[in-house]
Structure formats: C-alpha cells, structure tokens
Design a protein around this ligand. Structure first.
Ligand code: HEC
Ligand code: HEC
Length: 643
C-alpha cells in the first residue's frame, strides 16, 4: 500500500516536471514560429471584457426596468454591437460555431443533418435586436434570458483566447475574411435587420481592422516590415470610413461603389501585406485563395476546395473533352435517345426551358424544374433539396434514375466498349492512372471535369468589378444596390456567386422557406416538401436550396417547380412578401412577410442588374460529332439526345 503510494508520488512529480518543460518548449516554439501578437491579444481580451460589461449593465437594466432604462438598454445594445464588430474578424475566425449558434446567427431556427430531427432556436445579438427594436411591447423575461445566453458565449470566448490566441498570419487571414464578410453579408442586411445600422457597423469593423494592423506592425523591426503597404492600407481604410460617415442611409448606400472603390482596394492591400514572407500562409485549403487579390473574381476561387479530386491534375484536358462527348451522347441512356444535354441544353444556360423536366419514355413531367449547370461546381450540395454532396455522386444518381437516363453501370461499360473510338479516348484520358480502360469511375470523373469548366465569370457585372466602370449603366448599378439593400435579395443570394453558399468560408448551404405556390396564381403551397424529404426535419418543410441567379436571363421558367415565366413575376412574388405575403399561411417562412414596397423603377432596376449577370462564353461549345460504333444503328445518335 505504502509502496504503491510512494511510486505514485514520484510519478506525479515526474509528470509535473514533464508538463512544465512541455509548456516552456511550446511557448518557445510558438514565439519562434509565429508571433502571437500580444498587443492584439490584449485588444481582443479587453474588447470582450467590455462587451461583457455592457451585457451585465443591460441585465441590471432589465431587472429594474423603467422608461429611462429602456433608452439606456438600447444605447448599451449599440455600444456592445460596435465593440463586437471591431473584433468580429477574430471571434468569427476562432469560434465560428459559437457565432452561428449563440452570438450573431440569423433569426431562423437551425438544423443539421448530423443532429437528426433536433432544431435549434436562434440566440444572440440578432434575437436581442428583434426584441428591443421590432415592436411596441418587449418580452422582458425572454430578453433577460437572451442576455444571459450571450454573456455566457462571450465568457466562453474569453476562456478560449486565454488558452490560445492566434498568430499574425492568421490575423491577416481573418482580416481578409472580414472584408469579404462586409461585401457579401453585412452590407446586404444579413444582420442588423431591424436597426439597419449596417453602415455604422461597417465603420466599426474597419476601425477594428486598423487597430489589428497597427498592433501587428509593432511586432516587427521597421527594416523588415512592409511599411509602405501598411501605410497605404491604413489610408485606404480611413477613406472608406469617411465614405461611410458621409453616406449613412442604408437604403441609398451605393454598395457597388463602396465595394469597388474602397473595400476591394483594402482587401488587395491586406492580401499584399499577407504575401510578405513575415506572414506565411497557413496550409488550409480555403474556398477563396487568399493569395489572389480579388475575392469576388471567380478565378480566386480554389477549385480543389470544391472538389473531391484534390490535387489530381493528370490529363485534365483530355478528360474534359471526353466528358463533353459523354455529356452530349445519348448512348449513356437506356434507350440511346437521352443525354445529359437533353435537359441541360447549353443554349438555354444548360436548362431545358420547360416548367418541369420530361420523364424517360413517357415524356410526362417530372417533379422539378431543371437547374442551370453554369457555375454548378461552386456548391457544396446539389439538387434543389441538396441531397447530394458531391458532383460525382450526383452524376451517378442521374444515370441510374429510372425517370431520367434509366441505365446501369454494366450497361454503360458494355456499350462504350463497342466503340474503338471511345476505347482510345478513355485510354488517352486516363493514361498513367491505375485503370485506363473504360471504367465507371472514368465516366463519372470525365463528366465531372467537363462540368467544372462550365464557369461563367465574364459577365458585364464581373467586368465592372474588375475595374471597367463603363460596363454597367446607372439602372444596373442601382439594381445591384436595391437587390443587396432595400429588397434584401442579397441576404440569401450572396455576392458574388449569388447562391446560398455562405461566404467567406463557403461551407454552409442555406435552405430557405419562401413559400412558392403550386401554380402561378394559386394560394396553395406547392406540395414538394424540399429539404425535409432529406433531413426529415419539420423546419425544412418546403425549404429549397437558394439557387444562383447568375445567367438567370437564360434559364426561365423559375423556381423548383418552374411556375414563374418571367423575372417580373419572380420579383412581384418577393415584393408581396413571398408565400405568406400572397396569402399562404406558412408559419416558418424564412423570408420576411412584409411587402418590400419596391417602386416600379426599383423593380426595373433589379431586373436590369440580374440581366447583367449573363455570360454566353460556354454556350456554343458543343461537340461536332459523336464517337463511332460498330453497331450501325448506334451511329444515328443525335448529339444532345432526341428529347
Ligand atoms: C430528364 C432531364 C434530365 C437529365 C437527362 C439530366 N438532368 Fe440533371 N437535373 C435535372 C433536374 C430536373 C434536376 C433537379 C432535380 C432535383 O433537384 O431533384 C437536375 C439536377 C442536376 C444537377 C444539380 C444542379 C444543382 O445546382 O444542384 C447536376 C449537376 C446535373 N443535373 C447534371 C446532370 C448530368 C451530368 C446529367 C447526365 C449524366 C444530367 N444532369 C441529366 C434534369 C435532368
Ligand atoms: C430568404 C431567402 C431569399 C431571399 C431574401 C430572396 N431569395 Fe430568391 N430564392 C431563394 C430560394 C430558396 C429560391 C428557390 C426557391 C424554389 O426553388 O422554390 C430562390 C429563387 C430565386 C429565383 C429563381 C431562380 C431559378 O433559377 O429558378 C430568382 C430569380 C430569385 N430567387 C431572385 C431573387 C430576388 C430578385 C430577390 C429579392 C427581391 C430574392 N430572390 C430574395 C431565396 C431567397
């Protein structure tokens, strides 16, 4: 007994000693590898403490409420918000989960496939904002609860940064992300939906960026540090702040001007600072390549982030060409009459122009409208309900679908092997890999590589963003501003992909309940349950993936059931407040119910802006002929299928 005890004593002291040496070594290596920016740690620490102080004040106010306290409560809310925005970059970077669920998540119930049928109520600043600013009466019990929640979240954050704080390279990353956040979320009414203080909050975020940058600078000897770029960045941020101070009206704020003349130059400069060898990039595969200087240019998107075939660069060109042939070849269907291109026709922006796609053989209507394949690659979930998470998986599903292509793996391989030309094409496309014969993987991979090339990035809008300011007229510019501001479209269709993949990390796909009716003039909701079919979660009933509106001019009719023939009809639906606005009763609609009160001119401008998102570069690249088969009957195949 005694012996055992002594042994444990020795062990314990050894462990303690080892632990101490470990800590000392860790801090030594950390210092050497990456500056931990103690000034920035103090900045974030004191800011968080100050937020906590404001929240505690607010809780006291709620406890002893009278009229003058309500005013105090509101002032205190704005103070806490301003401090939060100054360090938002850091909190988002270190605790994205807490931000989404407890600090600043949008005002909708959340659910994740991983958590089964559980739903999560929204918490945080936005709930408090709604309680304080949305109506005449305030639910004080709920308000207090929300303050306590939020307080807890910040207490947890303090503990987190006490355990470990990020280095300067990571801080620069977080500042680049913050710029993207401003462009695509804050200025688009993603938060501050009731107070509409988005412009003030942008000022706070920019001020915060300056504080961080100046603190980073202090860590390095002046002869090593890129002083000129630093100085330019600080000046550019000053200019942006001045612009915001002079233009505080949320509805009239010229977002496009601000993005192109202020935020983008700032992003570019921070990205240049980050290129300095003092700040090695972290080896993380982000959606946006932080080394590129334009976060909104689709060339800056990192293909490997969106694809499973990471680093697989062998024979890309011949695979794309083979994929294109397969895409247009009806030999891939059970009756040799349908190709992918039967429903995804290039000249119609890779859609079919029908309300709903046609069924195999019967030619009856299927359940849903055919979506565009332009920029299809820049997504994390596919189909209107997001049921497929990989493009290759999606192709697999379509080929086997009895209503679409109605074929099997065996059938495809057997058939393709009857063509010497296809054999040679596969060999050429997969030479040097484990299998260069005709394989199912080869079919999927080639079509995937072809789809990856269906990128539209040369729209008038893109050229304007690149600096050619002659590309858009006043109506189109105003259209973007209304789209992102007053009409709230941009709070779901996120700049610059204009789909529901949330920037700046591009990991979350948003599904929204907007209440699309069964028929154009019907007051009944469409019976398609959308995302709920996959998640089995009631909050997803009638929720659909937010589709891109790039090339929208080419792809009517609109919505998952194709009920709207024109963009005017779509805008009119939104202007009335979606399903709820037109008289359908859906309690969990995630689109605001109120009328947007858009003027006729604003409606015309939104449309003009949407038309500026058209790029026809990819639409003519059809194969001139299809590979030859021994079986003469097969040589009458129609390029792109018969129907
Ligand atoms: C019968 C018409 C039809 C054919 C043939 C067809 N598709 Fe589709 N495609 C659709 C429809 C309809 C959807 C939406 C289905 C849904 O959401 O449930 C879709 C969805 C897709 C999507 C997901 C797009 C997104 O943004 O989520 C991709 C990718 C796609 N198809 C590629 C292909 C490929 C590749 C082929 C050939 C192997 C093909 N399709 C054949 C009609 C068709
Ligand atoms: C709450 C989020 C949300 C808001 C706000 C929103 N949308 Fe949408 N949008 C969606 C979703 C989700 C769909 C798909 C609905 C469906 O398929 O039934 C969609 C579909 C569309 C479509 C049809 C796309 C297609 O290919 O069929 C267009 C066009 C469109 N929205 C434009 C707008 C405009 C313009 C506004 C602002 C006036 C706007 N959206 C506001 C979520 C939103």
């Amino acid at each position: 007994m005694f012996k055992k005890h002594a042994f444990w004593q020795i062990k314990k002291s050894n462990i303690l000693l080892g632990f101490l040496i470990f800590i000392i070594m860790c801090s030594f290596f950390q210092k050497k590898e990456n500056h931990t920016s103690s000034a920035n740690y103090i900045l974030v620490f004191t800011h968080t403490k100050n937020i906590i102080k404001e929240l505690k004040n607010s809780i006291n106010c709620v406890d002893t409420l009278n009229v003058s306290n309500l005013k105090k409560l509101k002032t205190s809310y704005f103070t806490a918000r301003a401090i939060y925005k100054e360090i938002e970059n850091c909190i988002e970077y270190q605790s994205p989960f807490d931000v989404k669920y407890f600090i600043n998540g949008p005002l909708v119930k959340k659910a994740e496939l991983e958590y089964g049928s559980r739903t999560f109520d929204p918490h945080g600043f936005q709930v408090i904002e709604e309680l304080l600013f949305s109506g005449d009466t305030i639910d004080f019990a709920k308000l207090k609860n929300e303050y306590l929640f939020l307080n807890q979240a910040f207490e947890a954050y303090i503990k987190k940064i006490e355990r470990s704080f990020i280095g300067d390279s990571q801080l620069l990353e977080s500042l680049q992300f913050e710029c993207i956040r401003l462009m695509s979320l804050s200025l688009n009414g993603y938060d501050a939906t009731f107070t509409k203080t988005n412009i003030d909050e942008t000022i706070s975020a920019l001020k915060g960026s300056q504080l961080f940058l100046n603190n980073i600078k202090k860590n390095y000897p002046t002869n090593l540090y890129p002083n000129r770029t630093h100085q330019k960045t600080i000046l550019a941020i000053n200019a942006a702040i001045t612009y915001c101070r002079l233009h505080k009206d949320y509805d009239r704020f010229d977002r496009l001007f601000f993005i192109t003349r202020h935020l983008n130059p700032i992003y570019k400069l921070i990205s240049e600072l980050h290129q300095n060898k003092l700040f090695p990039h972290t080896p993380v595969n982000y959606a946006v390549d932080l080394k590129k200087v334009n976060p909104f240019n689709l060339n800056s998107f990192n293909d490997n982030y969106f694809s499973v075939t990471v680093n697989d660069t062998l024979n890309k060109e011949p695979q794309v060409e083979l994929g294109k042939l397969l895409f247009f070849d009806p030999v891939l269907s059970g009756n040799n009459q349908r190709a992918c291109a039967s429903c995804h026709k290039p000249e119609l922006g890779f859609t079919d122009g029908l309300q709903k796609a046609l069924e195999f053989e019967t030619k009856n209507n299927l359940n849903r409208n055919t979506p565009t394949l332009l920029n299809v690659f820049y997504q994390k979930n596919f189909f209107h309900d997001g049921r497929s998470r990989q493009l290759v998986e999606q192709i697999n599903e379509v080929l086997h679908n009895k209503q679409e292509m109605n074929t099997t793996i065996e059938e495809i391989i057997l058939k393709l092997n009857q063509s010497e030309e296809y054999k040679a094409l596969f060999k050429n496309a997969f030479i040097g890999t484990a299998d260069s014969s005709i394989s199912y993987f080869g079919v999927l991979k080639s079509i995937h590589e072809y789809e990856r090339t269906l990128v539209s990035k040369n729209t008038k809008f893109d050229k304007y963003l690149e600096g050619d300011y002659t590309q858009l007229n006043t109506n189109e510019i105003n259209g973007y501003n209304v789209f992102s501001g007053k009409a709230l479209c941009g709070s779901c269709h996120f700049f610059p992909l204009f789909n529901g993949l949330v920037p700046p990390i591009y990991n979350d796909t948003e599904y929204e309940v907007i209440g699309v009716p069964k028929e154009k003039n019907s007051l009944e909701i469409d019976g398609d349950e959308g995302r709920k079919i996959i998640s089995k979660n009631r909050i997803h009933q009638f929720a659909f993936k937010t589709p891109t509106i790039r090339n929208i001019d080419l792809t009517p009719p609109y919505m998952h059931n194709g009920i709207y023939k024109t963009l005017e009809e779509v805008i009119d639906f939104y202007n009335k407040g979606g399903g709820n606005g037109i008289g359908i009763n859906i309690s969990h609609q995630t689109l605001p119910f109120d009328s947007l009160q858009l003027t006729k001119q604003e409606i015309r401008d939104i449309k003009a802006f949407m038309l500026s998102l058209t790029d026809t570069t990819n639409l003519t690249r059809k194969p001139k002929r299809l590979p030859h088969f021994k079986d003469e009957k097969l040589n009458h195949r129609i390029i792109g299928g018969e129907y």
